[in-house]
Design a protein around this ligand. Structure first.
Ligand code: NDP
Length: 287
């Protein structure tokens, strides 16, 4: 039987009505939710992500402002401008494209950003909450998107054997915490993992977040498993692909996300949800 394709857009469409209604309500009672995207330098993947985020957020009724800085901007000048954006009462959410160039004091940005506006969980305060199992802050968008996809498609997490490939601070580690909060039985793999294929092949849910094009093939997939591909890689020909070799993996998996068209699409919807949550909280309207 062919694998079920876990399309991100179906998840987004299911979320859109309720979120757009909340954004419209906020607009009617004052001003629409507003997201500030901060980008330093001209990395093409930042540009693609910013474009996708703006398109998705605007389609939900969120206003977006893009603040771009030269890669060689003076650190002090940047931090002063960042503090101004952070203090702007009309801004409810801030997304900082990462990694920031070496000349920018990333630790200062993390310390400066208002946790209430920190819609992708870069501040130490929000990250600490995730690691403490406290879901009252903003969950990071990509890890939250993975959980949302699994829940939308009724893939049971509780008790399931989950193998996660990747332990980065932005994706792997916070995702591990969200999976544990959902009671997964979790194995986290990385470059020192001894037998990656065997660790992957015993998983009911296999999640690839390694940033290596097509590194997970069908031989790493347990028959019938759910495969979630977080990776976004650019091939030599300039095409986008995930960390999973879709063709061979989908022949074995029970269900699989396409890449692109899977996790990335839902990530921007999670961003929109966090901005709306932030706007409501800042206006004292959160339930
Ligand atoms: P990083 O490079 O920061 O981390 C990669 C992780 O994968 C590391 O923990 C690394 O191990 C591990 N890894 C790399 N190669 C191997 C290997 N051969 N075997 C086992 N483990 C390996 O990447 P990110 O976490 O930032 O991103 C991961 C992927 O997700 C990228 O493709 C990125 O583009 C994508 N991404 C997608 C998003 C979306 O919305 N869909 C958003 C953000 C990222 P070690 O720790 O030992 O080095």
């Amino acid at each position: 039987m062919p694998a079920t394709v876990l399309k991100g857009i179906s998840v987004v469409n299911a979320m859109k009505g309720a979120l757009a209604a909340r954004a419209a309500g906020l607009a009617a009672s004052g001003a629409p939710p507003r997201l500030a995207i901060v980008r330093v330098g001209d990395r093409p993947d930042d540009e693609a992500y910013a474009r996708g985020a703006i398109k998705r957020c605007e389609s939900f009724g969120i206003e977006c402002g893009l603040h771009t800085f030269d890669a060689n901007v003076d650190n002090g000048d940047f931090l002063a401008e960042f503090a101004r954006i952070n203090g702007d009462g009309s801004v409810h959410g801030i997304l900082v494209m990462s990694p920031l160039p070496a000349g920018i004091d990333g630790a200062a940005v993390k310390a400066l950003i208002d946790p209430q506006k920190d819609v992708d969980c870069m501040s130490t305060a929000n990250a600490a909450k995730i690691f403490a199992g406290d879901m009252s802050g903003h969950a990071p968008c990509t890890p939250a998107a993975v959980i949302e996809i699994l829940k939308f498609y009724d893939i049971p997490i509780s008790g399931s054997r989950v193998t996660l490939v990747g332990r980065s601070l932005v994706v792997g580690r916070p995702l591990a915490m969200l999976l544990l909060a959902e009671h997964a039985t979790l194995t986290v793999c990385h470059t020192r993992t001894r037998d990656l294929a065997a660790e992957c092949a015993r998983a009911d849910i296999l999640i690839a977040a390694a940033g290596k094009a097509k590194m997970i093939g069908g031989e790493c997939v347990k028959p019938g498993a759910a495969v979630i591909d977080v990776g976004i890689n650019v091939t030599e020909s300039g095409a986008l692909c995930g960390d999973v070799d879709y063709e061979s993996a989908s022949a074995v998996a029970g269900s699989i996300t396409p890449a692109p068209g899977g996790v990335g699409a839902v990530t921007t919807a999670m961003l929109a949800r966090n901005v709306i949550n932030a706007c409501e909280a800042l206006r004292g309207l959160a339930g």
